[in-house]
Design a protein around this ligand. Structure first.
Ligand code: TYD
Ligand code: MG
Length: 455
């Protein structure tokens, strides 16, 4: 039963790793059981862009290239514009990833509406929903004008033809996993189909100078290829996160060829679609308990914007031999390391205690500046001493228990002041940099011991 050499190839559905034989664990992303067999690519996939335009082939002087303002379209949502780096760039390919049902179609339909209202020609292609379903969603969002056209189609050939004929300025493809190209024999949603389809869209975007959004579902089951297999092909990658049961949604820029990454946009899901949250700190701190032990407010920088968050820790006596450690929203290994630092440097014996650390609101943050807050919350819960609710803590904690400086302390302190906090515990090396900020008490600490004595 020998097959022709290289007639099939194995792909990881999660990250797109290629292999000539099946493997249990992907060497690329360390996920288990993600390999599927697919026919070898016909050679056209891979996303190489062929620009036929002779004029663009000659080398240009850097100074000769003009950047006119018109190259950026505003999506009508400041939060999204910021994540995109100041608006949607013409001719760009943007991937919007996220779990099913989190609000990708809603967000993009709202963007289409705003752009159409702005006088742009917009085409929304859905491979998942019928025209009626889209109409029903649109009715919840608001009024639309007639510059937005809808197309229900799965065949990429037809979509390409429609785009070439209608010449829209912005196109949404919802979702890439439902699209298929006839030249690829594997099923829609497979790695080769998804890549081929993205390659076609990439050529269209660059060739026609059309901005294209691609929706990609993140799937746990591995039956369809995840958006990660496309990340290298597109210009911008945005991920939607947030607890499906909570109302807020965060759009995070993971890759951006036209701006900085790490920017986030905060939205709230309402009955009329997604609404921007202009002041996320206030939003994240709503419902914070007063006078409870194990709770402290920290400030994280999301791109250029400071955001206050509440860290909660619960340290309780363990009834079993092996203590449980659990984290939600922050790095598990980092918390274990901080517990070890507290045990060794402060002599706290947490070895027979369970410890749970949670960032309230369900947001995921991995920033070293949260270390000091995590330590203070842990000790506060362990000793059952509440932390003053008008205090925030900023600082990275090193292995010898020292509190190290972090970036943009001044912005963080200002944000705390704006929201009515009265005390900031910061690394002592940063005290100098915030001496202009008045009206808030600054406490510089050199090590976790000093911070904990403030409790
Ligand atoms: P959807 O945008 O279809 O998610 P995705 O395209 O990412 O799969 O829908 C997200 C959820 O939001 C859906 O469960 C219904 C809800 N929703 C609202 O709460 N309010 C609204 O105005 C709309 C349109 C949807
Ligand atoms: Mg959808």
């Amino acid at each position: 039963m020998a097959k022709g050499k290289n007639s099939t190839i194995f792909f990881c559905q999660n990250c797109g790793f290629e292999s000539s034989k099946w493997m249990g664990q992907c060497p690329g992303c360390r996920e288990w059981n993600t390999f599927v067999e697919e026919p070898a690519a016909s050679g056209s996939a891979g996303g190489a862009v062929k620009i036929i335009d002779r004029e663009r082939k000659r080398p240009f002087l850097l100074t000769e290239i003009s950047l006119d303002e018109e190259d950026r379209l505003t999506t009508g949502m400041t939060e999204l514009d910021r994540v995109l780096g100041g608006g949607l760039v013409r001719g760009s390919l943007t991937l919007v990833g996220g779990d099913p049902g989190i609000g990708k179609s809603t967000l993009l339909l709202q963007v289409c509406r705003n752009l159409a209202m702005d006088g742009r020609e917009v085409l929304y292609v859905s491979g998942e929903e019928s025209l009626k379903q889209i109409r029903l969603r649109a009715d919840r969002i608001g009024e639309f004008n007639d510059r937005l056209k809808l197309l229900c189609e799965n065949s990429l050939e037809n979509i390409e033809e429609t785009i070439r004929r209608a010449g829209p300025e912005v196109v949404v493809i919802d979702s890439i996993q439902t699209m298929f190209h006839e030249s690829v024999s594997s099923a829609p949603g497979s790695v080769s189909q998804v890549r081929e389809a993205t390659g076609v869209l990439l050529r269209l975007a660059k060739g026609l100078n059309t901005a294209i959004f691609i929706v990609g579902h993140v799937t746990k089951e591995g039956t369809v290829a995840g958006p990660r297999v496309l990340e290298h092909m597109v210009d911008t990658v945005l991920y939607f996160e947030g607890d499906r049961h909570a109302s807020y949604r965060i759009v995070r820029g993971v890759k951006n060829r036209f701006g900085s990454t790490n920017e986030i946009g905060v939205f709230e899901m309402e009955a009329q679609g997604l609404k921007e949250v202009a002041n996320p700190s206030e939003f994240m701190l709503s419902g914070k308990p007063e006078g409870a032990s194990g709770s402290v407010v920290v400030c994280s920088m999301e791109g250029t914007r400071p955001m206050l968050l509440e860290i909660q820790a619960l340290v309780s006596h363990s009834s079993f031999g092996i203590p449980r450690r659990q984290t939600t929203g922050t790095d598990f290994n980092r918390v274990n390391l901080l517990i070890a630092v507290l045990e060794k440097r402060l002599g706290l014996s947490m070895g027979n205690c369970d410890a749970y650390v949670n960032i309230a609101g369900g947001i995921r943050i991995q920033e070293p500046a949260l270390d000091l807050g995590i330590c203070m919350a842990l000790v506060s819960s362990f000793q059952n001493k509440p932390i003053d609710s008008k205090t925030i803590a900023i600082g990275e904690v090193g292995l010898s228990g020292e509190v190290r400086g972090v970036s943009m302390v001044q912005n963080r302190v200002q944000e705390a002041k704006k929201l009515g906090f009265t005390t900031c515990v910061i690394p002592s090396v940063s005290v100098e940099s915030v001496k202009e900020v008045t009206g808030i008490r600054i406490v510089g600490v050199k090590n976790v011991g000093e911070a904990v004595r403030l409790l």
